[in-house]
Ligand binder design. Structure first.
Ligand code: BG6
Ligand code: MG
Length: 218
């Protein structure tokens, strides 16, 4: 039986991936190299500090910890400027309806995001009231693919992992769900999310009934 749905934020519920991308690309430009959308795939679901390390690796640049902290902050300041202007129009197709449907079926709803900016995004888009628990980058010590963020989410809504379903757009997030002992639904393409139990293009293609049918065993 499905008793809780755990949602990633960026790329599943809201369209923030492009703001992350623009902010990282601007930083790369300043450092003197190109950062493509293809490169950006590697940053999805990855923490801010780890993202910067990947970016610097792509640019072939080695820096000390202090300088890295400064650049991560610079990127975040830009990103924060973008998300400050967000509103409900940036909620991804099908997301709001599915969150409401979960509530109607008394399925617990939790957030499991790596972002330290999750609360700003949830508040600006009006999504906060749909959650029973919110676990984000300010609560975790280990990044996906570590299962910590989802295990904390399940704990917060008091549901055992085998009754939880995770919704993720990043490979690292699907892996985190599996390691947490949970089922997963990949939001995006089967090419990158093949490890998920089910893959759909967006939350528009999912309903509680369809989910229950797919995961009849739980
Ligand atoms: C994840 C995003 O949700 O959050 C990553 O997919 C991002 O791209 C990570 O780096 C951390 O976000 P923030 O807002 O704390 O820099
Ligand atoms: Mg994501």
């Amino acid at each position: 039986e499905i008793k809780a749905c755990l949602f990633d934020l960026d790329g599943v519920l809201v369209d923030t991936a492009r703001y992350h991308y623009i902010a990282w690309r601007e930083l790369a430009e300043e450092l003197g190299f190109d950062f493509t959308e293809h490169d950006n795939e590697r940053l999805k679901g990855v923490s801010r500090a780890a993202s910067l390390n990947i970016l610097l690796e792509i640019g072939g640049i080695t820096l000390g910890e202090e300088e890295k902290a400064r650049l991560a902050e610079q990127k975040n300041n830009r990103y924060v400027e973008y998300i400050a202007k967000m509103d409900s129009s940036e909620i991804l197709p099908g997301a709001l309806d599915f969150l409401k449907e979960c509530r109607e079926h008394s399925i617990k709803v939790a957030l499991g995001s790596a972002s330290k900016n999750a609360m700003t995004i949830l508040n600006n888009t009006g999504l906060t009231p749909y959650f029973d628990a919110i676990i984000d980058g300010t609560h975790t010590s280990a990044a996906k693919p570590d299962p910590e963020v989802f295990l904390l989410g399940a704990q917060a809504v008091n549901i055992a992992p085998e009754h939880c379903v995770v919704f993720e757009d990043a490979e690292a997030g699907i892996l985190a769900a599996t390691r947490a002992g949970m089922r997963s639904v990949g939001i995006g393409s089967p090419e990158t999310l093949g490890a998920a139990n089910l893959v759909v293009p967006s939350l528009q293609q999912i309903s509680v009934d369809a989910l229950r049918e797919s995961f009849a065993a739980i």
